[in-house]
Design a binder for this molecule. Structure first.
Ligand code: KGT
Length: 283
């Protein structure tokens, strides 16, 4: 099947943007940078932009993260996201921000705002990063400060039916299959992969989730050296349903964008109906 020479409707297709940052511990500095990148995304003609996981603060200890948590529906980070969406007239998948969950734990919430600043969705990161990396030097216990989400979220957006997942969620294909069953055409995956695991798995996982579900993937990530001493992998990218990388930002701050052609997606799904060939589907 031809691929790159067969892109009906791409000229008129809405664009999506993936934003990459190397966030530090200072919220106001991160927000200034995020605003610069959102403005650039809007200027590139994107209808929707995906911010990275923890765009507003990275590298804090658990206590600080819990301290920054906001009540659902009201708080400076939520106000900021709403205002940015309205100001730049762009849909924002707001990476993650900490929302109050229970004593001592937050929810890593991915909020979606439309171009008028109305909140359209909330997804809480479902799978938590409780691992020791194979080299034995990096350890994470995300569940100590974060309560896992339980609910799968798929919503209509200007770039198609959008499913939400955060970072480590990318390793759980059953979540993406469920979103696919709920009609997802595009996955937004705000992330902060480690440099070590990112090098080995990031592109592989993004392209696998795209190909096995015949979906676009828009992944905005943390990418660089952080004040905390951590290094994140970056390589924010937009992947098409055939697994091709349409745009990529390898390292550092930046924004990349690409057209999301549902016409192309539908014609591909029609000619290559892998989603209707499932033998073990539970639905
Ligand atoms: O801690 C912060 O400040 C921001 N949050 C993160 O970095 C999160 C939780 S620790 N990172 C991941 O989920 C990495 C997953 C990953 O790298 C993999 O699956 O390989």
């Amino acid at each position: 099947m031809s691929d790159s020479h067969d892109r009906p409707g791409e000229e008129q297709a809405p664009r999506a943007a993936a934003i990459q940052m190397a966030s530090g511990p200072h919220v106001s500095a991160n927000l200034l940078e995020a605003e610069r990148l959102l403005a650039a995304a809007a200027a590139s003609g994107a209808a929707l932009a995906v911010l990275p996981e923890n765009f507003a603060m990275l590298g804090q200890d658990d206590a600080e993260r819990v301290e920054h948590a906001e009540g659902d529906g009201d708080g400076p980070l939520q106000q900021w996201l709403k205002e940015q969406a309205r100001r730049h007239e762009i849909w924002i998948v707001g990476g993650t921000i900490p929302l109050e969950a229970e004593a001592g734990r937050i929810s890593a919430a991915c909020l979606v705002y439309d171009h008028a600043g109305e909140r359209r969705a909330r997804f809480d990161k479902m799978h938590l990063f409780d691992v020791t990396l194979p080299d034995g030097r990096e350890q994470y216990r995300e569940s100590a400060s974060t309560r896992p989400g339980r609910e799968v979220v798929v919503l209509d957006s200007p770039i198609g039916r959008l499913g939400l997942a955060v970072c480590y969620d990318l390793r759980f294909p059953e979540l993406f299959r469920e979103m696919s069953d709920q009609g997802a055409e595009v996955f937004a995956v705000p992330s902060a992969f480690t440099a070590q695991t990112g090098r080995a798995h990031w592109e592989l996982l993004l392209r696998a989730r795209a190909v096995e579900n015949l979906c676009y993937v828009v992944a905005g990530a943390q990418g660089g050296f952080h004040v905390s001493g951590r290094e994140t992998w970056g390589h924010s990218m937009i992947v098409d349903p055939w697994g091709g990388i349409l745009a990529e930002q390898e390292q550092g701050s930046g924004v990349v964008s690409a057209p999301i052609s549902l016409e192309r997606l539908r014609s591909l799904r029609k000619r290559f109906p892998v989603l209707s060939h499932r033998q073990m589907a539970t639905v």
